[in-house]
Design a binder for this molecule. Structure first.
Ligand SMILES: [Zn+2]
Length: 211
């Protein structure tokens, strides 16, 4: 490439002043950054494409026992009344860990409703709700937090949580007849049936990891 003379002189000066080792280090670090980017890009692309949307998502309980209640109208197991069940119930042993389904931000924590100790996480258009957890919610000058000392859990409102992180433990808080995770899912603010989403997630993961 042809440079005007004054630029060429500056380049030569630069070349002569910068020791070779330093130049090499600079080049390697640039290449390192580049390769990290190259490595991440396909992952992100797969992550975000509709085809593989949930490859990196996690099943919300670690120790699955059974689905005990589906999404929709049902007779409440607590008082028998005909009511809408806005999620699915997944039975798991008391104190077993709950995992974050999909990377997102903790947008709400509470412990005073029928849902018991509750975490709500927002992942773009998706909102995932976890009910009947162990632990309590407190407020400090730093903000609201969920604490479950025995489980080694502390979670802050506003915190970014990566998919598959242990966020809580299965408890008996709120209105429940046995230890289970009530898992609610909203898309664009509307409750939807989480079961087909989990089924599709498992299908995608099996296809992805078994190929
Ligand atoms: Zn439920």
């Amino acid at each position: 490439m042809l440079y005007p003379n004054f630029i060429r002189r500056k380049l030569n000066l630069f070349r002569s002043r910068v020791p070779r080792a330093l130049m090499l280090t600079l080049i390697i670090s640039c290449l390192g950054g580049l390769s990290a980017e190259i490595h991440q890009k396909p992952l992100l692309a797969k992550n975000q494409s509709a085809k593989n949307a949930w490859v990196y998502a996690a099943f919300p309980v670690e120790s699955f026992q059974a689905y005990t209640s589906g999404f929709g109208y049902r007779n409440s197991p607590v008082d028998g009344s005909w009511s809408f069940h806005a999620g699915i119930d997944i039975a798991a042993p008391l104190g077993s860990y709950v995992r974050n389904w999909w990377s997102g931000r903790v947008v709400e924590l509470s412990d005073h409703t029928a849902c018991g100790t509750m975490i709500k996480i927002q992942s773009e258009q998706w909102t995932h709700v976890y009910c009947h957890l162990m632990g309590t919610v407190g407020t400090s000058p730093q903000g609201r937090y969920l604490i479950d000392r025995e489980g080694g859990i502390i979670l802050w409102q506003g915190q970014e949580i990566v998919a598959n992180t242990r966020i809580a433990r299965v408890g008996m808080t709120g209105r429940t007849t046995g230890p289970h995770l009530h898992w609610g899912l909203k898309y664009g603010g509307q409750y939807i049936d989480p079961a087909p989403v989990l089924t599709e997630m498992i299908r995608q993961q099996q296809a992805y990891y078994n190929k």
